[in-house]
Design a protein around this ligand. Structure first.
Ligand code: CTP
Ligand code: MG
Length: 174
């Protein structure tokens, strides 16, 4: 599997807004001091467990998409193609947060409580969907580059979440 460094850099630039968007909800959660509205409206699934749980809120979703889109616009401004990168930011961020929501849905179905760590799923749910959505939208996503960048994302996610935990932004480091 030959991976061109250019493909990795291209993908990194495209997916960067999605990575930032995934890390943003925790900030708005801190600012709003937990006064948030769960996406599942507090409802329960047929298995008697919460559909998503209190860790997935409308405020977090909206803030994450807004921040990710803004990051895309800034990248576009720097690289001279605002609409191309803003759209990548919007698509990538929305898909990333959707992937994160899907991850929570899966965790709840296995009876795993909100905030509990599930290695790999926690690190890759958002990234996988973001990369897939960007590819679907026609952005240049090479499979080999996506896999290699995935390893970087795992390390970056573990590191930033541990930092957020130490900074008292999260009660658990994942
Ligand atoms: N968050 C949010 N809305 C989202 C995503 C995240 O409000 N759509 C906030 C919540 O305060 C959440 C925090 O960001 O607790 C950290 O996100 P994450 O680690 O994804 O959620 P967890 O609390 O770990 O919940 P889960 O087990 O469902 O992933
Ligand atoms: Mg978590």
């Amino acid at each position: 599997m030959e991976v061109a460094i250019n493909d990795i850099i291209t993908l990194f630039i495209l997916v960067l807004p999605a990575l930032v968007s995934n890390a943003s909800p925790v900030v708005i959660a801190k600012l709003l001091n937990g006064r948030m509205h769960p996406i599942d409206f507090g409802r329960y699934f047929v298995d008697g467990r919460r559909i998503l749980g209190d860790g997935k809120t409308w405020e977090g979703l909206a803030f994450g998409v807004a921040v990710g889109t803004l990051v895309g616009a800034i990248i576009g401004l720097a690289l001279g193609d605002i609409s191309y990168y803003t759209l990548a930011g919007l698509i990538g961020s929305f898909a990333a947060l959707l992937g994160d929501i899907l991850g929570s849905f899966i965790k709840r179905r296995y009876g795993i409580e909100r905030g509990a760590c599930v290695p790999i799923l926690d690190q890759l749910d958002f990234y996988t969907l973001a990369v897939f959505a960007l590819w679907l939208a026609g952005y240049p996503v090479k499979c080999s580059a996506a896999v290699l960048l995935g390893f970087f994302v795992i390390i970056a996610h573990v590191t930033t979440n541990y930092a957020a935990y130490r900074l008292d932004l999260k009660p658990r480091p994942c």
